[in-house]
Design a protein around this ligand. Structure first.
Ligand SMILES: C[S@@+](CC[C@H](N)C(=O)[O-])C[C@H]1O[C@@H](n2cnc3c(N)ncnc32)[C@H](O)[C@@H]1O
Length: 429
């Protein structure tokens, strides 16, 4: 075999054949391609010793064996080398050359014709070769159990079925690929989705923070990007505390909090979410700790929450748990804060026992923290400037943040006929 003299290699070496460009129906056989790879011929008994020292120089490709039989000599093996690093014997580093010498292996590099197939290309290489040149091929997705949830751009849509199939082929455990059809603007916040490829079945099972959730992804809300937020809130509660989850979904706040030996009241308007919430409470063995409701958030606040608060806040001071109210419906939750105004009409409890609200919101404002504070305060008719904290949850889109404002509801808001405390600032209206 001749030693390779070339010092530069084709940067397209590991690109699929050029005639796959524009393919809309996946034809895996069209990805066959033969490439010339540098190889080192060695005696078969030194292969394993040598491989430890040739990690830098050896070829790394999905599904390609690094050591193959030598077609010309049964007693020898060929070690595939990285064509971008290895050109001639001069490409070996000192340490590598010294090991070769010790094992009596000639550093001469030769060429081998390697046949690459669809299996040997990475998903990004496949999509870069298929989609129009110069256009973004980003193929990121959210994983929800067995489902890859894509958010394709317009120029990718003609290739949507192919992209879906490539995601399934290249990601073990993914058996279905779906594309978001439009933004989540329906009441139940579930995605309108189209199955691009694979299983039609949207019944799935996910693990988040050590809990298991089962649900039909086409009918309920689930976002794998909220796991840190779910555990951040969970950590704020201590055993014995009480959680009211106004927009509970299938239970990612309610279930971990209940597991901490807290009492939980969890609500969702979507009958499907309510069904899976009940199911997941049983699945995670917290059904005795969670009371589940299927109400509009406002009715939940003015019905069950009001009743429970009346009891909880009248307990003797020593027995009073902390009460947290989670409102994760970022597009609308702030509007629901008005339900707290004059909700109770007894004598107010001591201020440290007042419920703590965690209310989510989106903001496109240049100062999202101030924007959320101002909007929440305006609904309650007070200033939250000095008595709230705002946590940045995640960046949802360019210039769109999701935030969580946390504050204790002032007695003057929660109780009827309250004169304002000297420390509480009210907004003029
Ligand atoms: C953004 S999701 C949050 C779900 C869950 N808390 C989580 O973190 O994954 C909002 C939930 O509020 C529910 N929802 C929407 N409008 C509602 C309303 N008016 N009253 C009660 N629940 C509502 C939706 O069905 C959805 O499950």
């Amino acid at each position: 075999m001749p030693e390779i003299e070339t010092h530069e290699r084709d940067s397209e070496l590991f690109s699929p054949p050029s005639d796959v460009r524009g393919m809309t129906k996946l034809d895996r056989t069209a990805f066959k391609k033969t490439v010339s790879i540098p190889v080192l011929k060695v005696r078969k008994e030194v292969v394993s010793k040598l491989m430890r020292s040739l990690k830098r120089a050896a070829l790394q490709r999905p599904g390609v064996k690094r050591v193959i039989e030598d077609p010309e000599d049964k007693e020898s093996r060929l070690i595939m080398l990285d064509p971008y690093k290895m050109f001639t014997h001069d490409s070996f580093e000192e340490a590598e050359l010294s090991v070769l010498e010790q094992l009596n292996v000639s550093p001469q590099i030769s060429e081998y014709n390697l046949e690459l197939t669809y299996e040997n290309f990475k998903s990004e290489e496949i999509l870069r070769a298929v989609l129009p040149e110069g256009q973004d091929v980003t193929s990121g997705f959210s994983r929800v159990g067995h489902i890859a949830h894509l958010n394709l751009r317009d120029h990718q849509l003609p290739f949507k079925h192919l992209i879906g199939q490539v995601m399934i082929d290249k990601n073990p455990g993914i058996t279905s690929a779906v594309n978001k059809i439009n933004n989540i603007d329906n009441t139940y916040r579930n995605f309108q989705m189209e199955v691009l490829s694979g299983e039609q079945n949207m019944m799935t099972k996910v693990r988040e923070n050590n809990y298991t959730y089962e649900f039909d992804f086409s009918k309920v809300y689930w976002n794998p990007r909220l796991s840190t937020e779910h555990s951040r809130i969970t950590e704020l509660l201590k055993p014995g505390d009480v959680l009211f989850d106004v927009f509970a979904g299938v239970g990612p706040f309610a279930i971990p909090v209940a597991k901490k030996n807290c009492t939980v009241f969890a609500n969702d308007l979507n009958p499907e979410s309510h069904k899976w919430l009940l199911h997941n409470c049983k699945l995670n063995k917290v059904d005795q700790k969670v009371k589940v409701f299927n109400l509009d958030g406002k009715d939940f606040l003015q019905g069950p929450i009001k009743e429970e608060l009346m009891q909880l806040l009248s307990l003797s001071k020593e027995r009073k748990p902390s009460v947290h109210i989670v409102m994760n419906l970022p597009a609308k939750a702030i509007e629901f804060l008005s339900a707290f105004k004059s909700l109770l009409d007894e004598q107010p409890c001591s201020s440290e026992l007042l419920p703590i609200v965690h209310c989510y919101s989106f903001s496109k404002d240049a100062n999202p923290t101030e924007d959320v504070r101002q909007r929440a305060g305006a609904v309650l008719g007070i200033s939250l400037e000095a008595c709230s904290s705002v946590h940045l949850v995640r960046n949802v889109a360019p210039n769109k943040e999701m935030l969580c404002i946390t504050f204790q509801i002032p007695a003057a808001v929660l109780y009827k006929n309250q004169t304002r405390n000297p420390g509480e600032q009210f907004l003029e209206n």
